[in-house]
Design a protein around this ligand. Structure first.
Ligand code: ZN
Length: 154
């Protein structure tokens, strides 16, 4: 069976994720896999990654984040776009243990083979969003409505 998605170099930023087949809205395309960390631990760890303009941390819920730094999942390579064709969906575990929740990326628009799969990140850094930070986290998605930044207004 042909893989539905492929990781390769992206015109937006670094590596990206591309469709190999037609994907319909609502279809699940990837799971974000990583080490579960408490929000406080992850913020402390990632402060040294802030200057990279790239993060492998993804909020799982209000208590935990997923750290995909060492994960081999394709989902970690999704680029930000101001007009995304995918969204993240939280799958809550039946138990009360919120660390068992999962994050899946679903298509929200029809996607054709060769299209890059994107998400809207809305990153909020734990430091001031200075001019320098805005430059590091600039958006180059090319959408008509591009806000020019991956950072969410605080
Ligand atoms: Zn943009």
């Amino acid at each position: 069976m042909q893989k539905r998605i492929l990781v390769r170099n992206s015109p937006i930023h670094g590596k990206g994720v591309f469709a190999q087949v037609d994907i319909s809205p609502g279809q699940r395309v990837a799971q974000y896999r990583g080490v579960v960390k408490s929000s406080e631990d992850a913020e402390a760890d990632d402060l040294h990654g802030i200057d990279s303009g790239h993060t492998f941390l993804f909020s799982l819920n209000d208590q935990f984040l997923l750290d995909a730094t060492r994960s081999r999942c394709a989902a970690k390579w999704f680029n930000h776009s101001c007009q995304p064709n995918c969204e993240s969906v939280l799958y809550e575990h039946d138990s009360d243990d919120r660390s068992l929740d999962r994050i899946m990326f679903h298509a929200i628009r029809p996607i054709a083979p060769g299209d890059e799969l994107t998400l809207s990140y809305g990153i909020c850094l734990p430091v001031r969003h200075t001019k320098r930070m805005q430059a590091l986290w600039a958006c180059r998605c090319g959408a008509d409505t591009c806000s020019g930044t991956m950072l969410a207004p605080r």
